[in-house]
Design a binder for this molecule. Structure first.
Ligand SMILES: Nc1nc2c(ncn2[C@@H]2O[C@H](COP(=O)(O)OP(=O)(O)OP(=O)(O)O)[C@@H](O)[C@H]2O)c(=O)[nH]1
Ligand SMILES: [Mg+2]
Length: 459
């Protein structure tokens, strides 16, 4: 028998859950802040419980689950057996039974044992935050590489969860595909098959990535610089991407609307060109398996000349979100403090009153030059001109702009310039092209010597 395939097939939910109307309860089992506890200052504690629960509900809705109920269950400590305390577990039995609930989402990371015990107690399926995020990613992945990576991350997660006593779920009909409960005899076979499938996926992934690397190498011969968007999910990256490139990428009030990276040409105000890359959003407690899995997908970001960190500055948790994004960047090997490379974009300023905006402007103005930020509204277009100029200034910092004149019949020279320089301006006068070009330091001398180019004063 085939191993259970979380992405579809025989194990796909047959119940209402399949059509996207699965009824769920979302539980926020959040650790209570303890006075005088040094840990109390960690992000985990500072973040507002309500906001965390809202985010978890948003995650459930992102895969079309119907949130029938949601509650915060503050806990003083994590119970090894059930995560929650006994009283809470019992209280929730009533909620599940009375509401025709098909799934309980626990907004935390559960051990396989905790998950199993809760499923037993509530007689329903239980999904933790990692499982939920994996499921969302599985549904969103559109490119082959994206799909392979998510499946790989999911299989790794699933393998750790194949425990014997899962038979209690076996009799339950119509659960969710990603949580299919294997029978006892099946577990060993499943485990082996999952292991084999993981190896196959890894090989396939290597091939896809090699092809992509070739494409990228091809692109690198064109002297375009890459500007990458990063940020918390729902911050407005795709909206900004569409505005800046006049593209039509899906932007939606939905967590993880974007999964696969997209590249488009970006025209800068002084004639420069770059490639803009839209990417997957980050989220707090992003499963480490997924960060690893997406490293390759985020290669555009790793190699970008400029990284735009888009922030929903109107969000109540904007600061905690910033820390989360910084921490993912660090996991990817990018220093979030690198002011040379990272530009902060404070988005959604249209949501503020004029006074609040002035206040924000003041805060922004007081930031040090190497940590400057731009206030924009991707929705209304406000502030985008300044942002574009800022991007171009940053990109131009390591390049020189030169003026030159070339005979219009010098086809080889003209094509060399197109391949090796950014052409900012090109005018035909009396059989010659007057050009303004921008080149890397490494090419500067060649252009000066070969075309008698002279430096242009900075714009
Ligand atoms: N008011 C306001 N809403 C905005 C602005 N920018 C984006 N939004 C809204 O915010 C929501 C999320 O926007 P997206 O562009 O999809 O966000 P994203 O960062 O690409 O999100 P993911 O792809 O999920 O990571 C959408 O409902 C947008 O319409 C803005 O400047 N002002
Ligand atoms: Mg997006």
């Amino acid at each position: 028998m085939e191993p259970r395939n979380w992405q579809g097939g025989a194990d796909r939910p047959r119940s209402a859950g399949a059509s996207g109307s699965g009824r769920v309860i979302v539980i926020g089992p959040y650790l209570r802040m303890r006075r005088g506890n040094a840990d109390a200052q960690t992000d985990e504690h500072v973040r507002d419980f309500e906001a965390r629960l809202d985010e978890a509900k948003g995650l459930a809705r992102a895969i079309d689950l119907e949130v029938a109920d949601a509650l915060i269950a503050p806990i003083a400590q994590i119970r090894p057996a059930t995560y929650l305390g006994k009283g809470k577990v019992e209280e929730i039995i009533g909620l599940v039974g009375g509401n025709a609930i098909e799934l309980v989402v626990m907004d935390c990371a559960l051990s396989p044992i905790q998950q199993r015990n809760l499923e037993k107690a509530w007689n329903t399926k239980v999904l933790d935050r990692t499982g939920l995020i994996l499921e969302i990613f599985g549904r969103r992945a559109k490119t082959k590489e994206g799909a392979l990576q998510v499946e790989l991350a999911h299989l790794n997660y699933q393998r750790s969860r194949l425990v014997r006593s899962w038979t209690h779920l076996e009799r339950q009909r119509g659960g969710f595909g990603f949580m299919g409960g294997p029978g006892e005899t099946q577990i060993e076979a499943d485990r082996r098959q999952i292991g084999e499938r993981i190896v196959r996926l890894q090989n396939e992934l290597k091939k896809v990535q090699a092809t992509r690397r070739l494409h990228r190498a091809g692109r690198q011969r064109v002297p375009y610089r890459v500007v990458a968007l990063v940020g918390y999910t729902n911050a407005g990256k795709s909206t900004l991407f569409n505005r800046l490139t006049r593209a039509d990428v899906q932007a939606a009030d939905m967590l993880f609307a974007t999964l696969d990276p997209t590249l488009r040409a970006l025209n800068l105000p002084y004639g420069g060109k770059a490639m803009l890359s839209d990417t997957v959003g980050f989220i707090s407690n992003l499963p480490t398996q997924l960060v690893a899995a997406f490293r390759a997908t985020l290669e555009e970001v790793l190699e970008a000349d400029v990284i735009l960190h888009v922030r929903d500055i109107s969000h109540e948790d904007a600061e905690a979100q910033e820390r989360d994004v910084d921490s993912v960047l660090r996991q990817l090997g990018i220093n979030p403090e690198d002011g040379e490379r990272i530009i902060e974009v404070w988005n959604k300023i249209d949501r503020f009153t004029p006074e609040e905006r002035e206040n924000l402007q003041n805060i922004a103005a007081r930031r040090p030059a190497d940590h400057s930020c731009f206030l924009v509204s991707a929705a209304t277009g406000e502030g985008l001109e300044a942002l574009l100029a800022g991007i171009e200034r940053r990109l131009a910092a390591t390049r020189t702009t030169l003026n030159l004149s070339i005979d219009a019949s010098d086809g080889a020279g003209i094509s060399w310039l197109h391949r090796n320089a950014e052409i900012l301006d090109k005018q035909l006068h009396d059989g010659r092209f007057d050009m303004t070009v921008r080149v890397d330091e490494t090419k500067r001398e060649i252009v000066v010597n070969r075309f008698d180019a002279v430096p242009q004063a900075a714009p």
